[in-house]
Design a protein around this ligand. Structure first.
Ligand code: NAD
Length: 433
């Protein structure tokens, strides 16, 4: 099939690359000339494991193309997948301005009878809204399908190729079947729904997962208060099939480009329909306070933070991505800076993006060694594999005092105990002092 993808971000690029890998002819369109230039040279503009090799392979095979021209990208496409951003606007609602522009771009160059697929995360009713925008701008016939995306950054290729399910929402059976056919090579279970249910499935899924995270974080805080151990508690809970083991890792809160904005957008939708979804308000407020946890723990330990030097390990909102959107490291950096502390941070891939968001209120190191040198404390903020394998004897030697606040419970306790000098403050389980 001939497919056009609008937007070469985490979702659009992963989708385009994977659809070309399974045999389709894909052209990816972006308004960002720099991104397209890099993609044409076979360089991925985002860090995503496995993406670049598939990009090179399918570009070389002539199945994957990149352009900034909507006309070139759309004129032959029988399926048009819209994967542009839907960030949060000031009132918490989803900002649909990129989507509206994309709809206008589509209407200008649409091939008659093309199927327009909305993959971006959009509030209930948006597919109908986009349909009306396109219909107002062109007389050509077209069909609409809602096909929300569930991939996770850091495992986007695997998640696309081996998704748990594909949701296809449409009021047009023929269009829905064609999109099912497009995905057939992936051999993934497909669920057909109406458009509004498809739109809701995406928000309900993300809001549920975010709530699961806030729930386990509150249990972790309670574990600390009563002397229980969150690792054992989560393990015991997760063995219950009704609960499941995923998303029970206590830590310093969720971040990223999806959970924070999607929970707020769903709350906004609820408000518009007069539904008081107070559970979501709590999910958000627990998460906001959890992001401050390491700073609170540091304050408890040191009494005052002015002049203290903190090594921050990890900047991205989670490992295996360079994405800084809503990363807890942003809040931690701000609080430490306000308290007069010095921060020197290291991340394996997110430093350049972090500089754009956090700026020069903190310093950036090129290695763990550089970050921890003479530090008063180490804050483990993102659970990169590299940090789990830290040589703690070396850490003890390099730091001014070996005090570790582990926001992701990623260091093995037996290794900590083997280094008798380390003071260790994890989340939801007893400290080692
Ligand atoms: P992104 O910001 O990384 O990428 C969006 C891209 O769209 C940018 O490159 C931008 O230049 C391009 N763009 C904007 N307007 C355009 C237009 N008119 N024509 C062509 N290109 C245009 O966004 P993302 O993280 O890939 O997310 C895209 C959507 O998917 C959002 O709705 C998001 O909520 C949803 N989603 C994201 C994830 C994730 O993990 N990132 C997962 C599931 C769903």
């Amino acid at each position: 099939m001939r497919i056009a993808v609008l937007g070469t971000g985490y979702v659009g690029l992963s989708t385009g690359v994977c659809l070309s890998e399974v045999g389709h002819h894909v052209i990816c369109i972006d308004v960002d000339q720099q991104k397209i230039n890099r993609l044409r040279q076979g360089i991925s503009p985002i860090y995503e494991p496995g993406l670049e090799s598939l990009l090179l392979k399918n570009t070389a095979a002539g199945k994957l193309h990149f352009t900034t021209s909507h006309q070139e990208g759309l004129e032959k496409a029988e399926i048009i997948i819209i994967a542009v951003g839907t960030p949060q606007s000031n009132d918490g609602a989803a900002d649909l301005s990129y989507l509206v522009q994309a709809a206008k771009d589509v209407s200008a160059h649409l091939k008659p009878d093309a199927i327009v697929v909305i993959k971006s995360t959009v509030p209930v009713g948006t597919n109908d809204y986009v349909r009306s925008i396109i219909a107002n701008h062109t007389k050509k016939p077209f069909k609409m399908v809602s096909n929300p995306e569930f991939l996770r950054q850091g495992s986007a290729i695997k998640d696309t190729m081996k998704a748990d399910r594909i949701i296809i929402g449409s009021e047009d059976n023929e269009a829905a079947l064609k999109i099912q056919e497009m995905y057939r090579p992936l051999n993934v279970p497909v669920l057909m729904t109406n458009v509004k249910s498809a739109e809701m499935i995406k928000y309900a899924s993300n809001a549920f997962l975010a709530t699961k995270i806030s729930f386990i974080n509150e249990i972790a805080n309670l574990c600390e208060a009563v002397g229980a151990n969150i690792i054992d508690v989560a393990n015991g809970m997760g063995k219950d099939k009704r609960i499941g083991e995923a998303f029970l890792q206590a830590g310093i809160g969720y971040g990223g480009s999806c959970f924070p904005k999607d929970v707020k957008a769903l709350l906004h939708t609820a408000g518009q329909y007069g539904v008081d979804f107070s559970l979501l308000k709590e999910t958000i407020s627990i998460n906001e306070s959890q992001r401050q946890l390491l700073v609170k723990k540091a304050l408890e330990r040191f009494q005052q933070l002015k002049g203290k030097k903190f090594a921050m390990l990890g900047l991205s909102f989670k490992p295996d991505t360079d994405d800084m959107r809503e990363a807890p490291s942003i809040v931690i950096s701000r609080l430490l800076h306000q308290a007069g502390a010095e921060v020197i941070a290291y991340d394996p891939v997110a430093t350049e993006n972090a500089k754009k968001v956090i700026g020069n209120t903190i310093q950036y190191a090129e290695s763990v060694e550089e970050a921890i040198k003479n530090a008063d404390a180490l804050l483990l903020v993102t659970e990169w594999e590299e940090f789990k394998k830290l040589d703690l004897a070396e850490v003890t030697k390099q730091m001014k005092q070996p005090i570790i606040f582990d926001g992701r419970n990623s260091l093995a306790e037996d290794k900590i105990r083997a280094c008798s000098k380390i003071e260790y403050y994890p989340v939801g389980k007893p400290s080692i002092v």
